[in-house]
Design a protein around this ligand. Structure first.
Ligand code: AMP
Ligand code: ZN
Length: 476
């Protein structure tokens, strides 16, 4: 079966074919480290990890994953008033640039770990790669795609015919927005490759054009190319990076190397809150740590996978609670399987499970359709539960289902395969006996009352042919 991915560059679903058979070079834009990571970052990097794990664990590719840390400032709008984001954080917290970026890089790592996101294979810091950014800017100038004006280097968008193709933005409308800006620009949409030093900059380096710092977009052109050895397979980020970040990255790659540099551009939908993008600068964010106080990592992951990666997610505690129920349902099902088979089988051989294996893969192959893939899991649970009820699920089938779920969980990371030992407290045991007594006396009212009392204590009673069974109600 073949994996098909939606490529933002061609605006089509395309069969995924890496440059080198069996290997994938993957670059994802990393965070700018000037404040705590919010749940929007969590959503994007859970999706990044899902794509990466599917390529590795299911499709068998050897993936090299590079994700940068943006540890010097950049300005994204006029609202920045000439002060970059890291400089603002330095002023706010009365700390050095190093202290700010180290602190928030650690915060980011910590949040990623808690959300069970595998770290990239290489995590270059932008500040340690300024030399190659300068080399690329020199090439862009030599090739006639950039010009220098008063210590600043601009990319000349009029030289690149596909400028605007990725984002599909109307560039004339965009020009209107830029008109008031920099008088040194030849075209309103020209963007900065190297910015002349200003007091509002967090960092300063020497360059052939004088003191200053690189523009934001050049860092990803430089680090992607350096650590993935030239053109590579996949580049991802949130849809907020269509423009200007990735549009400009493509223009830079073309200006320097004559190629857009990447074969598949993948963009994830954003997390919004009350209909607005969750962002650090809007201060409408929920940090990952805050979210983890209310919901488990498994619940958050389930909530993310319940929508396709391109769709916008709106923060909703109701939907997170629904996600928790789904996680519980899968984990309760796993406990039922573990009563029939002790562990997963190495090889899936039963027709029942092969059928679901193929359906799951088909859903994921279709541009990582995780909601459909989850529906396949729940269909499997429904069919298997019917067989468990009628005592017709074989031990081999149970072991095969466990094998399939374990494999799925290398991507989703939200299941629990440990057999739960239920320790029933003495008080509950006593109440069960009392209820049995009431039942033999046909005192149904009292029996029901005791059952309710036991439920309140966190245990569920199920009457079955073999007698009464007691299980713990999950709490997280
Ligand atoms: P930043 O630190 O803002 O450059 O973002 C790092 C990554 O997180 C980028 O891929 C962004 O697209 C993504 N991101 C930022 N805000 C959100 C959001 N609200 N929802 C989803 N992804 C986001
Ligand atoms: Zn980037």
């Amino acid at each position: 079966m073949v994996l098909v991915l939606y490529n933002t560059w061609t605006k089509k679903k395309e069969v995924f074919k890496p440059i080198e058979p069996g290997k994938v070079g993957y670059y994802s834009c990393g965070p700018t480290v000037y404040s705590s990571s919010h749940l929007g970052h969590g959503v994007t990097y859970i999706r990044t990890d899902m794509l990466k794990q599917f390529l590795k664990k299911w499709k068998g590719f050897v993936v090299k994953h590079v994700q940068n840390i943006t540890d010097f400032g950049h300005m994204t709008s006029d609202a920045d008033e000439g002060i970059d984001k890291i400089k603002k954080a330095m002023d706010r917290e009365k700390k050095t640039a190093e202290d700010i970026t180290e602190f928030y890089t650690n915060d980011f790592h910590d949040s990623m770990k808690k959300l069970k996101i595998e770290p990239p294979d290489v995590e270059p810091k932008a500040s340690e790669n300024v030399d190659i950014m300068i080399e690329i800017i020199k090439k862009i100038i030599e090739n006639g795609y950039a010009y220098v004006k008063d210590g600043t280097v601009y990319f000349d968008v009029s030289k690149y015919k596909d400028y605007g193709k990725l984002s599909g933005k109307n560039m004339e409308a965009q020009e209107e927005k830029q008109r008031v800006a920099d008088p040194n620009k030849k075209n309103p949409n020209d963007f900065v490759l190297w910015a002349k030093h200003q007091p509002g900059h967090s960092h300063v380096w020497d360059s052939p054009w004088g003191k200053g710092m690189p523009g934001w977009h050049i860092e990803c052109s430089a680090m992607g190319r350096k650590y993935l050895d030239g053109d590579f397979d996949i580049h991802s980020g949130g849809v907020d990076h269509y423009f200007p970040h990735h549009e400009n990255e493509i223009a830079q790659n073309y200006g320097a190397f004559g190629s857009i540099g990447v074969n598949y551009w993948i963009h994830f939908g954003l997390l919004s809150i009350n209909g607005e993008k969750m962002s650090k600068s809007k201060e409408n964010f929920i940090t990952i740590s805050d979210a983890l106080e209310k919901f488990s990592p498994e619940t958050i992951r389930m909530w993310v996978f319940s929508s396709q990666y391109k769709s916008t997610l709106d923060y909703s505690e109701d939907n997170l609670r629904k996600a928790k129920e789904k996680v519980d349902k899968i984990n309760n099902f796993i406990q039922s399987l573990l009563k029939i088979a002790d562990s997963a089988d190495d090889k899936i051989e039963t027709d029942l499970v092969k059928k679901y294996y193929e359906k799951f893969e088909a859903a994921m192959d279709d541009n990582l359709n995780t909601p459909e893939a989850l529906a396949v899991i729940f269909d499997l649970i429904t069919e298997a539960n019917k067989k468990i009820d009628s005592k017709s699920l074989t031990k081999k089938e149970a072991a095969d289902i466990l094998a399939l779920l374990e494999k799925i969980d290398t991507i989703f990371k939200m299941m629990n395969f440990k057999k739960e030992k239920i320790e029933i407290p003495e008080e509950v045991k006593k109440l069960i006996q009392e209820r049995e007594k009431a039942r033999t006396e046909k005192n149904w009212k009292k029996a029901d009352e005791i059952r309710g009392q036991i439920r309140k204590m966190g245990y569920l009673l199920e009457d079955s042919e073999e007698g009464v069974k007691c299980r713990k109600i999950r709490s997280s």
